[in-house]
Ligand binder design. Structure first.
Ligand code: FE2
Length: 437
């Protein structure tokens, strides 16, 4: 693929036109009857028309044909492990760990490779989340996908995603993420075994977290978010399929042309990608261990102040220089639910068993923390400044919702590590009559 171009910024008012059609973006109303080059104008609304201006998200697409030209949608079984039925198995409050999810060897593209692991809520009420993994090995051909239910935050772990969207093309590698928002049509081209994670939110869109006393800079900076530039295909393609995820079910409609026919666009409702290497880590330099909220890349807020529908949090390479404290993640019980995945390397709190392409789920109020090996090592280590998490990237989808596992997540995937609880069972009783042990 030729080197791709991007627009830089987060939540900005962008505009882009394919250089093969200069002047395709209307300027003013110099011809109020027709768009340049005979294009159709189509608005994609990501918020209610009347949303406050600072939250309003919409884009105008100037395209060869409007999206409405297609045969009726019909239910399809193309993604048979995608579900929003949270009652398939009994609730399970246990700490859960999955060994790396298997990538199939049979022909599987991004859509048919979507597997729902856990979630909560209902897209019909526009409230909830779903966590999926994608396990695929083949490009989507003569097809595109869009999600009517919410936004996808896509975290590739193995394999590069070549994503074609209505707005242009993105290349997304492991240690990068992409967000494709509700309604945006896209196709994923992969080249060989590919695996990753998806956080889907039904309520609203991801935002950068407020920085409070940190100031104007830090964490994920807006300029590091990249949006593709306009790139159109004027192609007649008989039998092209449009997949729609609608109310948790997948439908397909046939049309006879490429949906990637947007010649120019402008607006602030756009897909984007972000490289996790650009995250500016804020960490303690004196004593004690900060809460993982300091590692929040993106958040989908709820209507309760400070409470997220879901946060996307990373644990990047960083200096650990605190004094007089226990450095690894503390033992805790959390009113939130924590789903973790590993993109590469070893997570410092559990160096065994939590492998790239695997996952853990620590549900609301389920205790968890460093395994006994990590606790013992950190309790005796010399308290020098130390660069930790080098060569690794763990992440967390943290949600205020109490998630249920799907049948695929709990049983069918056959990757649940039923001995996970044993990583804590050898934590010794250290209680002593001596103050200083
Ligand atoms: Fe935790």
């Amino acid at each position: 693929m030729a080197e791709l171009k991007y627009l830089s910024g987060f939540g900005s008012e962008f505009s882009s036109e394919d250089p093969r059609r200069p002047g395709s973006l209307p300027q003013g109303q110099n011809n109020p009857q027709r768009c340049p080059y005979g294009l159709y104008a189509e608005q994609l609304s990501g918020t209610a028309f009347t949303a406050p201006r600072h939250e309003n998200r919409r884009s105008w697409l100037y395209r060869i044909r409007p999206s409405v030209i297609h045969e009726p949608f019909k239910r399809t079984n193309s993604a048979k492990f995608l579900t929003h039925n949270w009652d398939e198995v009994d609730p399970d409050p246990n700490q859960t760990r999955w060994l790396p999810f298997d990538i199939p060897s049979a022909f599987t593209d991004f859509v048919s490779g979507l597997h729902t692991v856990c979630g909560a809520g209902d897209p019909r009420a526009r409230h909830g989340i779903a966590i999926h993994v994608f396990l695929c090995n083949a490009p989507m051909e003569k097809s595109a996908f869009y999600n009517s239910d919410g936004d996808f935050l896509i975290v590739p772990q193995q394999g590069t995603l070549q994503i074609t969207t209505e707005f242009g093309k993105m290349e997304v590698r492991p240690n990068e993420i992409a967000v494709i928002q509700q309604g945006m049509r896209f196709a994923v081209h992969v080249d060989g075994p590919t695996r990753g994670y998806i956080l889907e939110v039904f309520d609203g869109h991801f935002k950068l977290p407020d920085l409070g006393p940190i100031g104007a800079n830090g964490l994920a900076n807006p300029r590091d978010f990249l949006t593709p530039v306009a790139h159109y295909a004027d192609e007649e393609i008989p039998g092209f399929k449009i997949f729609s995820k609608y109310q948790g079910a997948v439908f397909e409609a046939v049309q006879n042309h490429s949906p990637f026919d947007v010649v120019a666009w402008h607006g602030n409702y756009v897909p984007y990608k972000y490289c996790l290497d650009n995250f500016m880590v804020i960490n303690s330099v004196s004593f004690d261990h900060c809460d993982p909220s300091i590692f929040t890349v993106l958040t989908c807020p709820s209507t309760k102040a400070g409470v997220a529908i879901a946060d996307f949090v990373i644990f990047p390479p960083r200096w650990s220089v605190q004094e007089h404290t226990f450095r690894p993640p503390y033992y805790h019980r959390n009113c939130m639910s924590e789903f973790m995945g590993l993109i590469l390397g070893n997570y410092e709190a559990k160096e065994e068993g939590f492998a790239p392409g695997g996952a853990t789920l620590h549900s609301a109020m389920t205790p968890h923390g460093p395994d006994s090996k990590c606790f013992n090592a950190a309790s005796t280590a010399k308290l020098d400044a130390e660069k930790i998490a080098v060569g690794t990237q763990a992440f967390m989808f943290e949600s205020s919702l109490s998630m249920a596992m799907t049948k695929w997540g709990a049983e069918t995937c056959q990757k649940v590590d039923h001995k996970y609880y044993e990583c804590w069972k050898n934590l010794p009783k250290l209680f002593s009559d001596e103050v200083n042990v």
